[in-house]
Write a new protein. Structure first.
Length: 154
């Protein structure tokens, strides 16, 4: 994608994304810049990791089955275990993932969960796993594999 930015008048800026041009006034361009910096800066996001993880779980239960199946294929087994452990009290998330697994995979995940997570989930492990899962989900969204349905109920 080709991106261009230029000043078109005092306190007026134009940003071009390929063939689409968006014009911003000074205050708006500053807001846009701050929002982009929050996303890109390490630790710059205003949301805590635990809030992002909860938000991801709320959204993923509305994902299409094809997207979930692709996520199951591409994500690390350990990361999926962490997700399932974190969502152990959320039947919709559990159903969404287990219903998109083969019977063999389902049994393997249940056994691994019982073996690896007899106590609480270490927060460092949770955050690392969710970072990878969220990044992968965004990639799958970008390529059109992962689509969220029932958006109003999120």
């Amino acid at each position: 994608m080709k991106i261009n930015a230029r000043k078109v008048a005092p306190d007026v800026y134009a940003i071009t994304f390929d063939d689409t041009e968006v014009v911003f006034e000074g205050g708006d361009i500053k807001t846009l810049l701050l929002e982009v910096m929050k996303l890109l800066a390490p630790g710059g996001s205003t949301k805590k990791a635990s809030e992002q993880n909860k938000e991801f779980l709320r959204h993923i239960k509305n994902a299409n089955d094809v997207g979930i199946q692709k996520l199951l294929l591409l994500a690390k087994h350990e990361d999926l275990l962490v997700l399932l452990k974190k969502a152990e009290d959320d039947q919709l998330v559990q159903d969404k993932f287990y219903n998109n697994m083969s019977e063999t995979n389902r049994k393997m995940f249940v056994e691994d969960l019982n073996y690896q997570f007899q106590g609480d989930l270490p927060s460092g492990r949770e955050n690392d796993s969710f970072k990878r899962l969220i990044a992968m989900a965004k990639e799958l969204e970008a390529d059109g594999s992962l689509v969220y349905e029932n958006v109003a109920s999120r």
